[in-house]
Design a protein around this ligand. Structure first.
Ligand code: NAD
Length: 497
């Protein structure tokens, strides 16, 4: 008998009314380990109703008390992170150390949200006109919806819900149906930390549940992370339904390597950023742009390092785990054949590897493809797997032009020892997050995360100051305490003296 994962509504597990379910795999074993419920319109309605009825009291709860709950959640999450890492590895497949890294980056946002008292302060201008003061306050939106992808089942929800809740909102989270248990584990932990029932709700599901959230009149905003076509759909649909929306999409991130770069350190960085989490990261490096004069040497150094990588069950001591599903593994692997047909050179074919895990696991080893033509789908598609492409360029200008012609603009990096070139790159590149000798430039929690172009729809980045701004709205108050000198009739537009 497989177990079925329930929703979390109004502070308790709920089976809801839908009878539809989806399988949740253990990708390293290639087996279905549980089923997850796929919520209906009514199930989303029940979660939104719970969040809406919890909102007035949570909004009235003092900042001090809300912060105490956040600190308690932070302590619990920190002390029990090992349990969460095991859940992530068993459903996503990423190796345990990488799952720990994901949790650490999510914890950063919880710690940032513990400072909500400082973050939501308004401004005050005294005596803007005689006896008149103007001040601003930031207030929560109400019920906010969050829809997250499979590749960071803990960290991406943590980008949003701690800030939303600390700011006084109530939340309905729709996590990925592929690895949904982390969201439920975090909701239970938050309840243990003292969060009142209904403030944080989790509804599992697919398009039906997502569409119910996007169109529900009591949902004030939508925060989405996932692939570009869905991000665009979310942005358009939720906006048309009058909601504030931030929708982060897919990516194809380039690393530009100039001839003066330290090639050993650059090769280490390319391997780490290309194959960590089996390439299933929106900030993974998937294309290395190598200037001709060093390209052969760089490819040799990357190949040498790849030979030492181990792929297997993330609970063992491997470098890289399986892919999320068999279907996704097959799709990623199909690009290796496309590469050969399109005239690229397959330097390392990940299908040939040995895997430290059960034969039925969704395995694909690290793959390196050189001389990839810009017209090939190996270059143009977001592959989202352990496939690293090399594109050779004649100069900095050619490399920059390729990056700026790209459809996505999530992350990029330059590897060089030339400060002038790096400075030029950071000014000229059309990408939202830039690394200088840093291959995965994910900003810390007190900055904000988000790409440009097809990597972000809307103008609101995730977490940091942008996150606080997204989950609050500003109110400006103009006030005076009347005295007899304020009397008299004057229909003119208010002016100051
Ligand atoms: P996805 O777009 O398939 O799914 C994301 C969410 O949308 C899930 O909760 C899913 O249930 C829901 N969804 C899927 N199809 C839908 C539909 N037709 N209508 C409504 N909702 C739908 O993405 P994924 O495969 O889970 O995640 C991988 C993608 O996410 C990659 O493209 C990756 O680059 C991207 N990603 C981006 C960032 C970023 O910050 N820009 C971060 C992580 C992942």
């Amino acid at each position: 008998m497989t177990t079925t994962l329930d929703h979390w509504i109004n502070g308790a597990a709920s089976a809801g009314e839908s009878t539809r379910t989806a399988p949740v795999y253990d990708p390293a074993k290639g087996i279905v380990q549980k089923e997850v419920r796929l919520g209906s319109v009514a199930d989303v309605g029940a979660a939104v109703a719970a969040a809406a009825s919890a909102f007035p009291a949570w909004n009235e709860t003092s900042i001090a008390r809300r912060q105490q709950v956040m600190f308690a959640f932070r302590e619990l999450l920190n002390s029990r992170r090992g349990e969460l890492a095991e859940i992530l590895t068993s459903e996503h497949g990423k190796v345990l150390s990488d799952a720990g890294g994901e949790i650490a980056r999510g914890l950063e946002v919880v710690e940032f949200a513990c400072g909500i008292a400082h973050l939501t302060k308004g401004d005050y201008s005294e005596n803007v006109s005689t006896g008149v003061d103007v001040y601003t306050v930031r207030q929560p939106l109400g019920v906010v919806g969050i829809i997250s992808p499979f590749n960071f089942p803990a960290m991406v929800p943590l980008w949003f819900f701690p800030i939303a809740i600390a700011a006084g909102n109530t939340v309905v989270l729709k996590p990925s149906e592929k690895d949904p248990s982390a969201a439920i584990w975090m909701a239970e932990l938050f309840a243990e930390a003292g969060l009142p029932a209904g403030v944080f709700n989790v509804v599992h599901g697919d398009k039906e549940a997502v569409d119910a959230l996007l169109t529900h009149p009591d949902v004030a905003s939508i925060s989405f992370v996932g692939s570009t076509p869905i991000a665009q759909y979310i942005y358009e649909t939720a906006s048309a339904n009058g909601k504030r929306v931030q929708a982060l999409g897919g990516a194809k991130n380039h690393m530009l390597v100039l001839p003066d770069a330290d090639l050993d350190l650059t090769a280490d960085a390319a391997v780490n950023a290309g194959f960590g989490s089996a390439g299933e990261r929106c900030m993974a490096i998937s294309v290395v742009l190598a200037v001709d004069s060093i390209a052969d040497e760089l490819v040799a150094k990357i190949t040498e390092r790849m030979a030492g990588l181990t792929t297997g069950d993330g609970r063992r001591s491997c470098d890289m785990g399986p892919l999320i599903t068999e279907v996704h593994r097959d799709k990623v692997a199909s690009y290796i054949d496309v590469a050969a047909t399109d005239g690229a050179t397959v330097v390392v074919d990940g299908r040939d590897g040995e895997f430290d895990g059960e034969a039925a696991g969704f395995w694909l080893g690290p793959t390196l493809i050189d001389k990839v033509p810009l017209t090939s789908t190996v270059y143009t598609d977001e592959i989202f797997g352990p496939v690293l492409s090399i594109v050779r360029v004649s100069s900095y200008e050619e490399g920059l032009g390729i990056i700026n012609d790209g459809r996505y603009g999530n992350g990029t990096a330059i590897f060089t020892n030339d400060g002038g070139a790096a400075r030029r790159f950071q000014r000229e590149v059309q990408v939202g997050m830039v690394g200088v000798n840093v291959p995965i430039p994910v900003p810390v929690a007190y900055h904000s995360f988000g790409g440009w172009k097809a990597s972000l729809f809307g103008d609101a980045k995730a977490y940091g100051p942008a996150g606080v701004q997204f989950f609050t709205r500003e109110k400006a108050i103009t006030s005076r305490w009347l005295d007899p000198s304020h009397g008299g009739i004057n229909l003119g537009f208010p002016q100051h003296d």
